[in-house]
Write a protein that binds this ligand. Structure first.
Ligand SMILES: Cc1cc2nc3c(=O)[nH]c(=O)nc-3n(C[C@H](O)[C@H](O)[C@H](O)COP(=O)(O)O)c2cc1C
Ligand code: SF4
Ligand code: SF4
Length: 301
């Protein structure tokens, strides 16, 4: 978030190369007499200037520390553009599949915390980093959350199956209830019956942990930031040996039922944008994912 400048430049060390000026998004730095000087009043604390300076003349205290990981041995040297095997990266992206079968093995607290830290390596609007993470690390709590979500959908289904309510909702507030009835009512009713009568977990698929990714009101782009952090976490989880699945039904329930947020100790002003089910996978695939043909549009102005 653009704010006061905390950037400090050691004029004695500066060799006047100008690299910091070129990468600064806020035009905060200028060369004066061949030495870099802070002359702007805005700064998003991105730390690009510190990272680019060849002689270590810049520090930006506001960027905070590197968030060290407990389960991964990291190389903190910056990887130059093109210095990574794209085939390996794309293979990882194609191999991440939504996992709907998990073992009972718990996911360690260290792994869950590392995933959150990895999430924060994502870009965020004006570097505001206004994301929030709520971890559920025990299967019994995932089940309790499942019961709250089921209760929410039971009430929603009761409303949606009433044609008068659907009509009234359409007249006064658009066709959301009708659209829900046509798209999801039957699947949800079936899932609820299986949950209640046979204990089949069609919501979290037996996952032993959940991470919810949300955003605060003061983030510039809370939904986008949360989803970018989420995708980083999904890919990292696969590389760490974990299966994941996004649970949109749980997002809908948490967004619309303040009682669920309260139970989770999530402040009312926060919005949850992603619910990630996690666990050690009990499934393997023979091949990577396919996707529909995509035809990009070319715009020449
Ligand atoms: C926003 C969003 C919500 C989703 N919600 C659910 C869900 O509630 N339950 C579920 O089993 N899968 C859910 N998924 C997973 C999708 O079904 C899955 O990503 C899609 O079928 C593609 O498969 P893949 O993830 O294995 O590549 C969701 C995915 C996204 C992006
Ligand atoms: S931290 Fe970012 S915005 Fe602030 S002076 Fe350095 S490059 Fe510019
Ligand atoms: S990048 Fe470092 S050496 Fe180059 S102008 Fe900026 S402060 Fe000076």
């Amino acid at each position: 978030m653009t704010g006061p400048v905390s950037t400090q430049i050691d004029g004695e060390k500066c060799i006047g190369c100008g690299l910091c000026l070129a990468v600064c998004p806020d035009r905060t730095i200028a060369l004066q007499g061949g030495v870099a000087t802070v002359n702007g009043t805005e700064c998003i604390s991105c730390g690009h200037c510190q990272a680019v300076c060849p002689v270590g003349a810049i520090s930006v205290p506001e960027i905070g520390a590197f968030l060290h990981l407990a389960t991964i041995h990291e190389d903190l040297h910056w990887l130059p553009h093109g210095d990574y095997d794209p085939a390996s990266l794309v293979r990882l992206m194609r191999s991440r599949r939504s996992c709907r079968n998990y073992t009972d093995k718990p996911v360690s607290g260290e792994m869950l915390k590392d995933l959150v830290k990895i999430g924060t390596t994502a870009p965020s609007g004006t570097n505001s980093q206004g994301w929030t993470f709520t971890i559920i690390d025990r299967r019994q709590d995932v089940i309790k959350l499942g019961k709250l979500v089921a209760l929410f959908f039971k009430k929603l289904n009761r409303m949606a199956e009433n044609p008068l309510l659907r009509l009234a909702a359409r007249l006064f507030g658009g066709d959301r209830l009708g659209s829900y009835y046509r798209k999801y009512y039957r699947t949800v009713a079936h899932g609820l019956r299986e949950w209640e009568e046979q204990g089949v977990d069609r919501l979290f698929h037996g996952a032993v942990a959940v991470i919810m990714v949300g955003g605060t009101e003061n983030a510039s782009c809370p939904a986008e930031d949360a989803m970018l952090a989420t995708q980083n976490m999904l890919l990292a989880a696969h590389a760490m040996g974990l299966g994941t699945c996004l649970i949109g039904f749980a997002v809908e329930a948490v967004k619309n039922d303040p009682a669920i947020k309260k139970q989770l100790s999530i402040p009312a002003a926060e919005t949850v944008h992603a619910v990630i089910a996690l666990g050690h996978p009990a499934e393997r695939y023979r091949e990577v994912c396919g996707r529909k043909e995509v035809v990009p549009r070319y715009a020449r102005l």
